[in-house]
Ligand binder design. Structure first.
Ligand SMILES: Cc1ncc(COP(=O)(O)O)c(C=O)c1O
Length: 285
C-alpha cells in the first residue's frame, strides 16, 4: 500500500518491500497477536493502553515479547516521525516467528515484529451523518475472544456476510446473547442507560470501549456492563459501535429494523463529542 512505512525486526522501508519468511508461524498458523493505534496530530492516542493489551495478548498465547513495552513505544514514536503523517494508523503485529512447521512451539522462538504506519481509514461522511446498519451473525469464534489474535477468519467471514447484505458491520451473537462487532464493540441505550456486554472471554476489551464507558460515567450517564439478549435489540432506543478507527459510530439499523426512531440518538451524539474533546485534550498536553 502506497504511503505505508514499515519496521520489520529493525529493518525500515516501504511496507510492500519488507519480506517475511514463508516459514513464519504468523503466515502458517496465524500464531501471533496485533494492535491498531490511531495517530492524531502526529501522536499515538492511548498508546500505553494498546501496549498493555499487547502484553496481555502475548501472555494469553504464551509468547514472550522480544523487548520491553518501552521499546515498542520508542519504535512507534520514531516511525510516526519518519512517516511524516499527522493523521495515521499504526499497525503492530508480533508472531512466534519463523521455524520448522511443527504445531508445538519452537525451542528458541525468534518473534517477528512488524510495525507499519499508514494513512488512516476513513468512513463515508454519509455513514457518520446518518448512522450505520448491522447484520447479526452467529458467533462461532473460539473461547479467547479477549485476546487480540491475528487469527481472524471467523471475523473475516462475518464481515463479508454483513457486507453482502449491505450492512456496515457484522454483530456476533452467541447463545442468544449479543457479543461484539467483527472489529468493534457494541453499545445500546435503554431508558437513558448505556449498556454494553461484559468484558469477559466473549469479547475483545476494546480500548475505545473502556474510554467511552469512563467518559459516559464522567458525564453522569448511567452505565451497565451485562449480557444483552439478542431479543433486546429491538427495544434499544439508541445504539453505537466503538473502535479505534470508528471512534463512536452510531448504529441506526439492525437486521433491517430501525433502532429507536432511526435517527442518531442524543447519548450517542454526546459521547461522540466528548470523545473528540478527549482527543483535543490529549493533543494539548
Ligand atoms: C473483535 C474486535 N472487537 C472490538 C474492537 C475494538 O477495539 P479497540 O477499541 O481497542 O480498537 C476490535 C478492534 O479491532 C476488534 O477487532
Amino acid at each position: 500500500m502506497e504511503g505505508c512505512l514499515g519496521w520489520l525486526n529493525g529493518e525500515i522501508g516501504p511496507l510492500e518491500e519488507l519480506r517475511v519468511s514463508a516459514d513464519d508461524r504468523g503466515f502458517l498458523f496465524a500464531d501471533g497477536i496485533y494492535e491498531v493505534i490511531r495517530v492524531y496530530g502526529s501522536r499515538p492516542f492511548l498508546l500505553q493502553e494498546h501496549l498493555l493489551r499487547l502484553a496481555r495478548s502475548a501472555e494469553g498465547i504464551q509468547l514472550q515479547l522480544p523487548f520491553p513495552l518501552q521499546r515498542f513505544a520508542e519504535i512507534t514514536h520514531e516511525m510516526i516521525e519518519r512517516a511524516g503523517l499527522a493523521e495515521a494508523e499504526v499497525y503492530l503485529q508480533v508472531t512466534r516467528g519463523a521455524a520448522p512447521r511443527l504445531l508445538s512451539f519452537p525451542l528458541s522462538p525468534a518473534p517477528t515484529v512488524l510495525l507499519a504506519v499508514k494513512p488512516p481509514r476513513s468512513l463515508p461522511a454519509e455513514e457518520r451523518k446518518r448512522g450505520v446498519s448491522l447484520a447479526t451473525v452467529p458467533d462461532d469464534r473460539w473461547r479467547h475472544c479477549d485476546l487480540k489474535s491475528i487469527a481472524l477468519l471467523p471475523n473475516v467471514l462475518a464481515a463479508e456476510q454483513a457486507h453482502r447484505v449491505g450492512a456496515h458491520e457484522a454483530l456476533f451473537v452467541r447463545d442468544g446473547l449479543v457479543a461484539e462487532g467483527a472489529s468493534s464493540n457494541f453499545f445500546l441505550v435503554r431508558q437513558g442507560t448505556l449498556i454494553t456486554p461484559l468484558a469477559d472471554w466473549r469479547i475483545l476489551p476494546g480500548v475505545t470501549r473502556a474510554i467511552v464507558l469512563q467518559l459516559a460515567r464522567e458525564e453522569g450517564i448511567p452505565t451497565e456492563e451485562r449480557d444483552i439478549p439478542a431479543s433486546e435489540l429491538c427495544l434499544a432506543e439508541e445504539s453505537f459501535l466503538t473502535s479505534t478507527f470508528r471512534e463512536v459510530l452510531p448504529v441506526t439499523r439492525i437486521d433491517g429494523s430501525l433502532v429507536g426512531d432511526g435517527l442518531i440518538g442524543t447519548i450517542s451524539a454526546a459521547l461522540f463529542t466528548v470523545y473528540h474533546e478527549g482527543i483535543q485534550r490529549f493533543l494539548s498536553t
